[in-house]
Design a binder for this molecule. Structure first.
Ligand SMILES: [Zn+2]
Length: 352
């Protein structure tokens, strides 16, 4: 049973796409709501599927796939009545929609790619392109009354600060990359996927916690054996998975909790620094790992943050800054539609 109006009657229907390193998702957002049943998923034709190709060829493959899929989607029943296209892209980009890098899409450095202009040439509708974390942050533009910082905790870490109708990054695309802030300056610090070392995203992410948990299990066999992780891992440190870690954390397993606490300290310091530097008092955590751990993620982070102290805030005010985002994986799809709404406002007096 559906209560959604027929697509042709809604002037605010937008076709949206979210291009990640593994999956390209397309959907239809109407009045800020992702239409149930409209989401299409296809594997991304990027470096993950074609590891041998040059970055330039991969760029071509990725953009061709994106244009072809959007074109077909617009011609399908889900495209009926849509008046604009929004695309979120996993990579830093300039204000005019040129992608500067696509490490999860085409690997190492390649020429800047004007994705927005390329798609506009192929599609019959206006196209808006945004960085995926920027798009995700926009999802909360209508519901968060104060400036906020969105932080995504998945295999890596990203963030964006939203304030007074805009994302605080510079026009060339710098900023919003707290995951690549170096928090461990030692020479043998853990490597980050970007090629650097000791970056926050290599330590407090799902990947970072997995690595730290396996190391802890190797270093402390007895503690590991007594933990909730040992059984599902077949008693081998290498058998530990992120799913098992999240389950152990939800069950308040002491061994898994101790490892996570070590990994979360630099993240708490990052929040503390953003707060102290620019006074943002709202931090929303999304991403597969934070979501899998659930409320305990922000509770343990809050423990660190209150111990560190946030200058000028009480303990309760400090804890109240932290929250989990919506419990789904639709942030970028819904958020990029909101960006399109913002760019193409309804004429005065027009209803939905
Ligand atoms: Zn990095």
């Amino acid at each position: 049973m559906t209560t959604a109006p027929p697509p042709t009657q809604d002037p605010r229907a937008r076709v949206v796409a979210d291009l990640g390193g593994t999956t390209l998702r397309l959907g239809r957002v109407t009045g800020g709501v992702l239409d149930p049943g409209s989401v299409r998923r296809v594997p991304t034709e990027g470096i993950g599927r074609h590891p041998g190709l040059s970055p330039r060829l991969l760029q071509e493959k990725v953009v061709t796939q994106l244009a072809d899929e959007l074109d077909a989607y617009l011609r399908s029943p889900h495209g009926v009545g849509a008046d604009a296209v929004g695309v979120s892209f996993a990579g830093p980009m300039t204000k005019d929609g040129t992608v500067l890098a696509g490490p999860t899409l085409w690997g190492s450095a390649a020429a800047p790619l004007p994705v927005g202009a390329l798609l506009e040439r192929r599609l019959p509708l206006p196209v808006f392109v945004a960085n995926d974390i920027t798009a995700a942050a926009w999802r909360y533009a209508a519901t968060e009354p104060e400036p906020y910082c969105l932080v995504t905790i998945s295999s890596g870490i990203g963030h964006k600060v939203f304030r007074h109708g805009e994302i605080l990054v510079d026009d060339a695309g710098h900023g919003g990359e707290i995951g690549h802030w170096r928090v461990d300056a030692s020479e043998d610090a853990v490597p980050c996927e970007c090629g650097g070392r000791g970056h926050l995203g290599a330590i407090a992410s799902g990947r970072g916690v997995l690595l730290a948990t396996r190391r802890a299990a190797t270093a402390d066999p007895e503690g590991f054996a007594a933990s909730a992780l040992a059984g599902p891992a077949g008693r081998r440190p290498g058998g530990i998975t992120n799913e098992a870690i999240a389950a152990a954390l939800r069950a308040e397993d002491p061994f898994a909790t101790a490892v996570l606490n070590d990994c979360l300290l630099p993240l708490a310091q990052a929040v503390n620094c953003v707060f102290t530097a620019i006074g943002v008092r709202r931090y929303l955590f999304i991403g597969g790992f934070a979501r899998a751990v659930g409320p305990r993620f922000v509770r343990l982070l809050g423990d660190h943050l209150t111990r560190l102290g946030c200058f000028g805030l009480s303990e309760q005010e400090t804890r109240d800054m932290l929250a989990l985002g919506a419990d789904d994986d639709d942030h970028s799809l819904i958020g990029v539609a909101r960006m399109v709404d913002h760019a193409l406002p309804l004429p005065a007096g027009a209803g939905r």
